[in-house]
Design a protein around this ligand. Structure first.
Ligand code: HEM
Ligand SMILES: *[C@@H]1O[C@H](CO)[C@@H](O)[C@H](O)[C@H]1NC(C)=O
Ligand SMILES: *[C@@H]1O[C@H](CO)[C@@H](O)[C@H](O)[C@H]1NC(C)=O
Length: 509
């Protein structure tokens, strides 16, 4: 008998057993998690590691049946078990009681991670006193009424110019739209929140713009997205060390860019950056808080609109009936320079944007609240203290129990036929949590008004000057996680003859 071999085998077995034990301990479902809702198997959550299924397909296949039946599930995400809900009654409870279901983003959940280093403690993820402080400083800038549509129109005009130029340079096929959309979204964000014209459409390839592409790729790397604990070891994973330095570079460059802006006053009132500058100067906030809020405004104010416009080009470029109807309404204004009020008077334009937000909610899922005591969600689901809870907007918006049997059909008419009626529908559907693209109740989106206006301006300009169809070689694929949108969309852009010849309404473009 070879004792040394046996010992070797024994210790090998011991190591294996300990590893299994650690793994078991790491991924086991805590036994105080609610028993009356089902569990989504852990391999679904980490499927991104080996499959590139779109998030719509993943939802349909693995989440929809359970969520439509039970309204909530236990699901593994970002290194732990969470409760994810889609039943409106449960969501009303969650969103109305932020004292119990407290906002807490990655700065609380995974403070050592790359994503936490990107966003810090900010107006979106903060809770309590900090949130009140940030809101008092930033809300005026976030919610100011934009009376002059001119600057946004100019950026959308430039955007359409670039689409036409790019199409002209192609022998066949359509324009890859996302990189151009990103430049549009960054520009609109800059002039409205940072009080600076970033000129991303005029001068492509700037570092601040390049960094966005890198950041978006880095954040949603499935391995680190699912196992953020790995971010603790940047020396083992050099690519994470690089990621940390990219986040730092972005923050530094952004602060430098706004510092060097030419100070101008905006007729529609102070912008977010101006409010933050003042608060920093009077020591109301620290430098770290200043940076975190500047960065989160920069990111959230461009990325959601960017992805929504991708979805818009997809939907309207695959169904020209809808595009034609929109064009007819837009042309009925008989002007190429509509005022904000004129744009706001168009019901179909508004309804198309709402329907885009319903079926392609950019913020499709978030798990960024934590219970501050044990609680019974909606009087149904018992949740222990310090448990992470979240929601899935795509699920709510496509649930036939909520939206009827045609829940998954793109039908703008469902919102109503006149602006007043549509407003009412948005309000009531938001309060009931049937529509949560902008969240609801105490922590709803503060940039909602701006986001919708910006989309109206851009779709106005696109429909007025272009006819587009999705490239017949393009096959729809949505992002597999993170912000929801079509990936790699290409569309064939044709300039409308009436506009090109400049004889339309006798106006300059
Ligand atoms: C289509 C565009 C947009 C969508 C779909 C969207 C969606 C959302 C959602 C879902 C939330 C809740 C997040 C959470 O629960 O953690 C939110 C919050 C927020 N959004 Fe937006 N957003 C959009 C555009 C904007 C813009 C342009 C801004 C301007 C900076 C903005 C600023 C904010 C802020 C400050 C909050 C936090 C509010 C609070 O917690 O008090 N959003 N948004
Ligand atoms: C396009 O939209 C129209 C109007 O909503 C609808 O009737 C039609 O079935 C849609 N066509 C396709 C191909 O989806
Ligand atoms: C809930 O858990 C948190 C964090 O573990 C703790 O600070 C708090 O006191 C707990 N609340 C209650 C009501 O037990």
């Amino acid at each position: 008998m070879d004792w040394s071999l046996l010992n070797f085998a024994r210790s090998g077995l011991a190591v294996l057993l300990s590893l299994l034990l650690i793994l078991y301990w790491y991924i086991r479902i805590p036994n105080d998690m609610p028993q009356n809702i089902p569990t989504v198997p852990i391999y679904i959550s980490i499927m991104g590691l080996w499959s590139d299924m779109g998030q719509d397909d993943i939802y349909d296949k693995w989440l929809r049946p359970k969520l439509e039946k039970y309204g909530a599930v236990k699901i593994w995400f970002a290194g732990r078990w969470n409760v994810l809900a889609t039943r409106p009654r449960l969501l009303v409870d969650m969103f109305r009681h932020e004292d119990v279901y407290a906002k807490a983003g990655s700065q609380k959940k995974i403070p050592w991670s790359v994503i936490a280093s990107l966003v810090g403690d900010n107006i979106i993820n903060a809770h309590g006193e900090n949130w009140k402080l940030y809101t008092s400083i930033m809300k005026p800038g976030l919610q100011r009424r934009i009376t002059d549509s001119g600057p946004l129109l100019l950026k959308s005009r430039r955007f359409v110019d670039v689409l036409i130029e790019e199409q002209g340079g192609l022998d066949s096929g359509g324009v890859l739209v996302n990189p151009i959309i990103q430049r549009w979204a960054l520009s609109c964000m800059g002039i409205n929140f940072m009080n600076v014209d970033l000129e991303c459409l005029e001068k492509p390839g700037q570092r601040l713009e390049q960094l966005q592409t890198i950041i978006k790729k880095t954040l949603f790397k499935p391995l680190f997205f699912n196992f953020p604990d790995l971010d603790r070891y940047p020396t083992l994973f050099p690519q994470r060390a690089t990621a940390f330095s990219i986040m730092q570079e972005f923050g530094d460059l952004l602060v430098e860019t706004v510092k060097q802006r030419i100070q101008t006053t905006d007729a529609d009132g102070e912008q977010v950056v101006d409010g933050l500058d003042k608060a920093l100067a009077t020591n109301e906030i620290t430098t770290e808080q200043y940076r975190a809020n500047l960065k989160v405004t920069f990111l959230t104010a461009h990325e959601n609109a960017q992805q929504l416009l991708n979805s818009a080009i997809w939907v309207l470029g695959s169904n020209t009936t809808i595009q034609d109807k929109l064009r007819e309404e837009v042309l009925s204004l008989s002007t190429s320079n509509p005022t904000t009020d004129q744009l706001n008077s168009l019901p179909y334009l508004y309804a198309v944007i709402l329907e885009l937000l319903r079926l392609y909610p950019p913020v499709s899922q978030l798990i960024n609240r934590v219970t501050t005591s044990s609680a019974v969600l909606g009087g149904e689901v018992p949740i222990p203290n310090h448990t992470w809870v979240g929601w899935n907007a795509y699920g709510v918006h496509t649930d036939p129990n909520v939206w009827g049997s045609d829940a998954r059909t793109f039908r703008p008419e469902r919102w109503g036929g006149d602006v007043k009626g549509i407003h009412g529908a948005v309000r009531s559907k938001t309060v009931q949590c049937h529509f949560i693209a902008f969240n609801s109740h105490s922590r709803k989106c503060l940039g909602q008004g701006f986001a919708v206006l910006q989309m109206k301006v851009c779709l106005f300009e696109m429909a007025r000057r272009l006819v587009w169809v999705v490239d017949p070689d393009y096959e729809l694929k949505l992002t597999s996680g993170g912000i929801m949108a079509p990936l790699g969309l290409r569309a064939i852009m044709t300039e409308r003859v009436e506009v090109k010849e400049g004889n339309w309404q006798g106006e300059d473009k």
